[in-house]
Design a protein. Sequence first.
Length: 430
Amino acid sequence: MGCMSTKLVPEAPPNAHLVETVYRQDAKNRNNRHDADIKTQTHLRPRDPGSRQQPNSGPDSSTHGQAPRTNKKVKKYRDKFDPRVTAKYDIKALIGRGSFSRVVRVEHRASRQPYAIKMIDRIQGKEVFEAELNVLRRVKHVYIIQLVEVFEAPEKVYMVMELATGGELFDRIIAKGSFTERDATRVLIMVLEGVKYLHGLGITHRDLKPENLLYYHPGHDSKIMITDFGLSAMLKGPDNHMRTTCGTPEYIAPEILARKPYTCQVDLWAIGVITYILLSGTMPFDDDNRTRLYRMIIKAKYSYAGEHWKDVSPLAKDFIDKTLVLDPSERLGAVQASKHPWLVQNATHASSRNLHRTVSQNLLQRQSHRANSTKSSKSTRSNKSNRSGHSLRSDRRRVQPEEIDELHKDPEVQADLASLGSYHSSIGRA
């Protein structure tokens, strides 16, 4: 179940980047699913003078595996596209898919510029496409995926976006010959710049995780792009709190699990989790059993045990400790986090000790273990704790409100929640 945030939408800022919509009444239709990573930059004016705007969008993503243009799948998805879209863009390859969407690599017929188009089923994927499009129509930042234009048809929405070709954050770390704290701080500085911008507009991402951080191009100097705004929320006014239960299990903030009204500080908790992973290749909170996992998060139960932490600096650990704080008011905000000494001094003081071997080995081991455990789980399921048997990828799993309902019925969990203060049992929609 995705989150949606259509209740409170802020006024567009003076320098807002508003992407218009091309609307075609006689569009083709068909059920499609969703998820994939994308990116865009140049402005292409929609040609239809009768365009109308419709806020909204979809979530996950990934720009992997570019099939040859002669692939049958390319023709299959080309035939599904609205002719208005294919008149302007040449479909090249299917590069991603999700529950209600498909993502294809395309080329603009006039400029030959490559882009990605996410084709979303606007009925089944309504909540996620509305959330994402609401945000992407209004943002323009160097470290955030850029929406170029939107084509709307009765049953499909086509989002034309930048194409990110540099791969996911963890894939790049594994492929590199070295990875240092200095490299980690460069990544986090870019992410925090994007998050600061979003929070300044009243936007909370609510699903920050490594899969949603993509490199713009394969070069060593590539920037990082924040993607996937399907769970994002846009708020304004005095009550800037959200109440929707959503996120990815390993990255969700304790206040969401506690069913407390929460703020954009949930994004900083996720950044703390990402930092921990960047420096060790392991998860701070990890258990195959969801209840045990959530109890660890509610108690902020993590440690720096293990050989992989011996080469990590005290300043780096201090940054993690100040983002993985149970009380959101005590947690570093985006502006404060970007001024932390570990990040500010990274050019001269951050450790240049190579962490690559430890981090990449942990990442690869966990990915392999996850692949094997996924196969075996089809025939037998075990609820045994397995801290090392989990991929760092979330496999697009979402936190379900129903499982949090069950969580709150557990007496031990209720005791844990009491330590966070009184929590709200009634749920509002953000």
